[in-house]
Write a protein that binds this ligand. Structure first.
Ligand code: VGL
Ligand code: ZN
Length: 202
């Protein structure tokens, strides 16, 4: 067991990000057995859930004529327009059935405001609006955060970079993540994580 100050954050292991889902990440379900095992090693365990209303502004379908995976300028910066995914209360938004959710201390939902996306578990895409996770972790005395889940180059990377920026020791276990890799986004995300002081481990 790791020290009491170490938290595991499991990012978005939901049906829509796994094979057969609306925004499937290749091999997304392969990481689940290792994540289940990791949960037994950490005294603090948090799951995140991408949780969008049907009218969410990150969905291409809500912008007539816009193609999925195109970029749109939002008041908070450029935003990828995604296929409709992880709609609140749908099967696609549910955790994958193989993920053990009982060991989780906290489930944090993000992306529920229609006008703004939230890749990071800590801040929405304006890099300002907090999710509340920082307060939870600090009040539990957490100093070290290990991140796993989906997708490496979006929600995992944004969460890890924010964790490092907030002063946590942040490690991403890349073997327990899978990437979308949209136009080189994986190599870019790895560069940005390294530059932010995130440790990348297998
Ligand atoms: C994610 C795109 C849109 C993720 C969530 O979990 O990485 N990516 N919403
Ligand atoms: Zn999303």
């Amino acid at each position: 067991m790791r020290p009491a100050t170490h938290a595991l954050i499991v990012i978005d292991v939901q049906n829509d990000f796994c094979p057969g889902g609306a925004l499937a990440v290749g091999g997304g379900d392969e990481i689940i057995p290792r994540i289940n095992a990791l949960m037994g090693e950490f005294p603090v365990r948090v799951l995140t859930q991408d949780w969008h209303p049907a009218n969410h502004s990150s969905f291409a379908a809500n912008h007539p004529g816009a193609a999925a995976f195109s970029l749109m300028d939002m008041p908070y910066g450029p935003q990828v327009l995604w296929p409709t995914h992880c709609v609140q209360g749908t099967g696609g938004a549910a955790f994958h059935a193989a993920l053990q959710t009982d060991p989780a201390d906290l489930v944090i939902r993000k992306g529920f405001r229609p006008a703004i996306d939230s890749y990071s578990a800590f801040f929405e895409n304006d890099h300002e609006t907090p999710t509340g996770l920082e307060g939870y972790l600090r009040t539990r005395g957490v100093t070290d955060i290990t991140l796993v889940g989906l997708a490496t180059d979006f929600c995992v990377a944004y969460s890890a970079i924010d964790a490092a920026g907030l002063g946590f020791n942040a490690t991403v276990l890349e073997g327990s993540c899978r990437a979308i890799d949209l136009n080189g986004s994986l190599s870019q995300a790895r560069e940005k994580m390294r530059a932010a002081g995130v440790r990348l481990d297998a």
